[in-house]
Design a protein around this ligand. Structure first.
Ligand SMILES: [Zn+2]
Length: 305
């Protein structure tokens, strides 16, 4: 290599290093949200920034395993400290809801196996909504398990933009609002609850525990964006109404903070009644996000005047 080509190679290497450090920074930069408006619900103050921080935690919380555990019936938690992943176990194979980040897939696999199930028994992969922190790992889960990936039709364009390492996002079947997904005697219903994304999906299912049937609601995020367009406002108004209409004994969410997992998990460990039965939790997240949505709209209107 002569001097000129050595210099050129050196410049290329520096360029590549700068680019990759910029990309790393872009990947690891914490998402931000404004610290206004602020609302008070049941004595707790929230801002868009505090809600986002509550949901995401620190970067390491998003990738650190939360102890896998049974929630109720045939429903289990296999996610990280701040990104939920749920496993529904049936005699004909299992259903996974939310693969989260691709780098979390080995952690989810470990959690499934620690509960005594086989990761390769996942037959169906579902999602809460088309954001990378919830569905980036879909291609890898499909590659490892052969699961069919089902997606709400309205989220398909956004899902197709999630391509870790250039892998195409797998979608084996699109779902319509109200469609049922059944495996091994368990049925989940897909409710279109848009606003946060166009195809955000709230999942409901009935579980059996102690010979009784209970209604589980697995919420997708109802967090409004910083700027709410009239079209998105219309989506949220319909979604808040829709979520409230769902019968609920046990409420879960795509981030554990949406249902106070930390506190509930400590109660499981101390014994006593199943802490996931929580009538307050069934309403709180929707009430809080709707109050924030209205406060953001009010602020927008004032800014226009
Ligand atoms: Zn999201």
């Amino acid at each position: 290599m002569n001097k000129r080509s050595r210099l050129k190679r050196c410049a290329q290497l520096i360029g590549a290093a700068v680019l990759s450090s910029m990309m790393m920074r872009a990947q690891t930069a914490a998402p931000t949200a404004p610290d206004h408006p602020s609302i008070i619900i049941q004595g707790q103050t929230f801002t868009p920034r505090s809600i986002l921080a509550r949901n995401m935690g620190a970067p390491e919380d998003q990738t650190t395993q939360f102890p896998p555990h049974k929630i109720i019936g045939n429903l289990y938690y296999v996610g990280t400290k701040t990104l939920s992943s749920f496993l529904v176990v049936t005699p004909q194979g299992n259903i996974l809801i939310d693969s989260t980040y691709e780098r979390n897939v080995p952690t989810i696999q470990k959690s499934v196996e620690q509960l005594g199930f086989k990761f390769f028994d996942i037959k169906i992969l579902l999602g809460s909504h088309a954001h990378g922190d919830h569905q980036e790992g879909d291609a890898l889960v499909k590659q490892l398990t052969g699961a069919r990936v089902l997606a709400m039709a309205e989220d398909v364009p956004a899902l197709q933009d999630i391509k870790p390492g250039g892998k195409a996002h797998p979608i084996d079947k699109t779902l319509r609002d109200g469609e049922a997904v059944t495996l091994g005697g368990t049925t989940l219903i897909a409710h279109l609850t848009p606003g946060h994304t166009r195809g955000a999906t709230t999942w409901t299912m009935k579980v059996l525990e102690g010979g009784k049937s209970y209604n589980v609601v697995i919420n997708s995020s109802l967090r409004a964006p910083t700027v709410v367009t009239p079209a998105i406002a219309g989506e949220f108004r319909r979604s808040f109404k829709r979520v409230r209409s769902l019968p609920c004994d046990v409420q879960l969410g795509d981030h554990p903070a949406q249902y106070n997992l930390q506190e509930k998990y400590s109660k499981i460990r101390s014994g006593g009644p199943n802490p996931f039965f929580d009538a307050v939790s069934c309403k709180f997240e929707t009430d809080m996000e709707e109050a924030m949505f209205r406060a953001i709209l009010d602020e927008q209107k004032k800014a226009v005047r």
